[in-house]
Write a protein that binds this ligand. Structure first.
Ligand code: NAD
Length: 347
């Protein structure tokens, strides 16, 4: 088992390794003695993995309840958030109790926001079950739901108090959802670690998952420690994401986050290369690695179509937008440019 310790507004451990899920009850007793647990999960994950957790909590005498919502991005929505909050209230949960997010990034983002809002803050444990949520969304404290006008527009920073990251959960994850996680893994390679990129570029990663997850979480930990509230360096984690969020919105969320990030990375790398923003070419290497990992490198939406969504992005303010551009594989930088200039570059 690997431990990555995160120091932010809260300090907490991310435990990574096969079987760490079996530590949940012991950890809850140690961190929040006497607390009741609300396990939040979606309709795909709950039938596979919820029972085992509940049996463990029963064995340790920990009181618990469950909230299961329909799987999918469309549940990352204010209506589901408020239904969860009402359920916590109806079942008399208190701020001393703990919310356990068992699922992918949708579950984690929704649960993290609910835990921050309920009685102005209850305890939060993340148990990621997708590769994407293990390497990215369960760590760092960004929580949100989507609004009609765009992705992640209502949210807060809320760090968890523990993350249990068990690669055994990936055994039931469909291949396409696994590929989504590889988009974020390759992103870490492009922004910070050429060796990680090289390790993952062929798509043969099954035997190295624990090391890869640990490396990604460590990169994220370092960025978050420096810039928890996303005023500078943390923007780098959004490489490919400005276009990705636009693709998700334009497709009415039919495009998964990971696949949209893949296309976003390929397109921004091509744009960077064509306009002389990179010191070393990287588009072909990124595109090949994405393909080898079962990910798309392009989509049917033109940059012109996506532009309207881009101006609704959080990274866009005062007529300017901050782009994350690759200098070479292993190093990215931010560049703030006028929106009009971006329109010119994209169309
Ligand atoms: N908070 C952050 O920092 C951050 C970072 C990156 C992405 N995100 C968000 O994360 C979301 C995407 O996360 P995701 O790709 O995990 O999506 P997801 O939570 O929708 O999970 C993808 C699919 O896999 C299923 N699933 C999950 N675990 C499973 C398992 N072990 N076995 C079988 N099926 C399983 C889910 O039910 C779902 O159908 C997006 O909303 C994105 O915006 C947040």
């Amino acid at each position: 088992m690997q431990t990555v310790s995160v120091s932010a507004s809260k300090s907490y451990d991310v435990l990574i390794g096969k079987g760490v899920r079996t530590l949940l009850a012991e950890k809850l007793n140690a961190l929040f003695p006497g607390a009741k647990a609300m396990i939040v999960s979606d309709s795909h994950v709950a039938p596979l993995h919820l029972d085992a957790l509940e049996q463990m909590l029963d064995t340790f005498g920990i009181r618990h309840a469950q909230y299961v919502f329909p799987a999918g991005e469309s549940s990352k929505a204010p209506q589901v958030l408020f239904d969860l909050l009402e359920t916590l209230a109806a079942q008399r949960f208190s701020r001393k109790d703990v919310l356990v997010a068992l699922g992918g990034g949708v579950t984690g983002d929704l649960s993290g926001l609910a835990a921050a809002l309920y009685m102005r803050g209850m305890h939060l444990v993340q148990m990621p079950t997708t590769l994407l949520s293990m390497v990215d969304s369960s760590v760092g404290g960004k929580t949100a739901v989507n609004l009609k006008h765009g992705k992640n527009l209502a949210g807060v920073f809320n760090q968890p108090e523990l993350v249990l990251c068990d690669p055994d959960y990936l055994e039931t994850l469909p291949a396409s959802d696994f590929a989504d996680g590889m988009a974020e893994v390759l992103k870490y390679g492009v922004i910070a670690d050429e060796a990680l990129f090289e390790q993952c570029k062929t798509g043969n990663v099954e035997n190295d998952l624990e090391t890869i997850i640990t490396r990604c979480v460590s990169i994220k930990r370092d960025v978050v420690a420096e810039d928890e509230f996303d005023t500078g360096k943390r923007a780098l984690l959004n490489f490919g994401h400005t276009l990705a969020h636009a693709i998700e919105a334009q497709s009415d969320y039919a495009f998964s986050h990971g696949k949209a990030v893949a296309v976003g990375m390929a397109r921004i790398a091509a744009l960077a290369e064509e306009n002389g923003f990179c010191t070393r070419p990287c588009h072909a290497r990124i595109a090949a690695a994405l393909e080898n990992n079962g990910l798309p490198t392009d989509c049917a939406f033109s940059n012109r179509e996506l532009f309207a969504h881009i101006t609704a992005d959080k990274k866009c303010a005062g007529g300017k937008i901050t782009l994350i551009l690759p200098d070479r594989i292993g190093s990215c930088y931010t560049e703030t440019i006028a929106i009009d200039k971006l329109r010119e570059l994209l169309t």
